[in-house]
Design a protein around this ligand. Structure first.
Ligand SMILES: N[C@@H](CCC(=O)N[C@@H](CS)C(=O)NCC(=O)O)C(=O)O
Length: 224
């Protein structure tokens, strides 16, 4: 397994795929990045995932079924490359459940962000204010929750969200907060949550994080 090259179907701005890119880079897993625009008709995502979403992990000669959903790909990486450092989980059941919970929160925030983004792309009179407000509440709720976690950990003198080493929780939270920062949908978030901002900025400089930051792509087809 160590020498095989995997393929990650990704999109340059995708915070979901970024989670997997960081984990694979840190573990030294060989992979090729196949960048796609998943909303365009030419995308190959429906061939590999009935949900038509990326990230998707593909295997040489298709010897294994594609693995999709960012959190599930993290699980695959952790389980199948358990012998490689960093482990990205702590080995303690309760702490690891906590790490996975933070990953769920991050993924949910990114999902809400994507839904709000597309709603905002509709013509003004076709947008649902209620729907946008619902997604905005989820994003703001998650930002508040991340800020509270970071503050609590800071008070305990801890650098990471769970345990004493970097885990999938830190990776997921950095990618989720990074998507908000990158698109600029929450101007002033850094002054509203200074502890979260400081933690995020430091984490975002780390190996694996600094070279996977989002890059916008050009969308040529209409989506909504
Ligand atoms: N929950 C999924 C969400 C992935 C997702 O929304 N990916 C976007 C790209 S950033 C996508 O492929 N969207 C295409 C679509 O929704 O049809 C995951 O964590 O992998």
């Amino acid at each position: 397994m160590a020498s095989e090259t995997l393929t990650l179907i990704s999109a340059t701005p995708s915070p979901f795929a970024r989670m997997n890119r960081i984990a694979m880079q840190l573990k030294g897993i060989q992979f090729e990045l196949q960048n796609e625009v998943p909303w365009e008709s030419s995308t190959v995502t429906p061939k590999h995932n009935p949900l038509e979403k990326l990230p998707i992990l593909l295997f040489p000669d298709n010897k294994r079924a594609p693995v999709y959903d960012s959190a599930h790909i993290q699980e695959y990486i952790i389980q199948k490359y358990a012998d490689r450092e960093p482990k990205l989980l702590t080995g303690d059941i309760d702490l690891d459940l906590e790490a996975r919970q933070i990953q769920v929160l991050s993924e949910g925030m990114m999902d809400a962000f994507v839904l709000a983004f597309w709603e905002g792309q509709r013509e003004e009179d076709k947008r649902s204010k209620e729907w946008m407000a619902r997604q905005d509440r989820k994003i703001d709720g998650a930002m508040r929750a991340f800020d509270e976690m970071v503050k609590a950990r800071k008070n305990q003198g801890r650098e990471f969200l769970v345990g004493d080493q970097l885990t999938i929780a830190d990776i997921a939270a950095v990618c989720a907060v990074g998507s908000i920062d990158y698109i600029g949908v929450r101007e002033g978030w850094k002054s509203k949550y200074p502890d979260l901002a400081k933690w995020w900025e430091e984490m975002d400089q780390r190996e694996g994080f600094r070279d996977t930051r989002p890059v916008m792509f050009e969308l040529k087809e209409s989506v909504v």
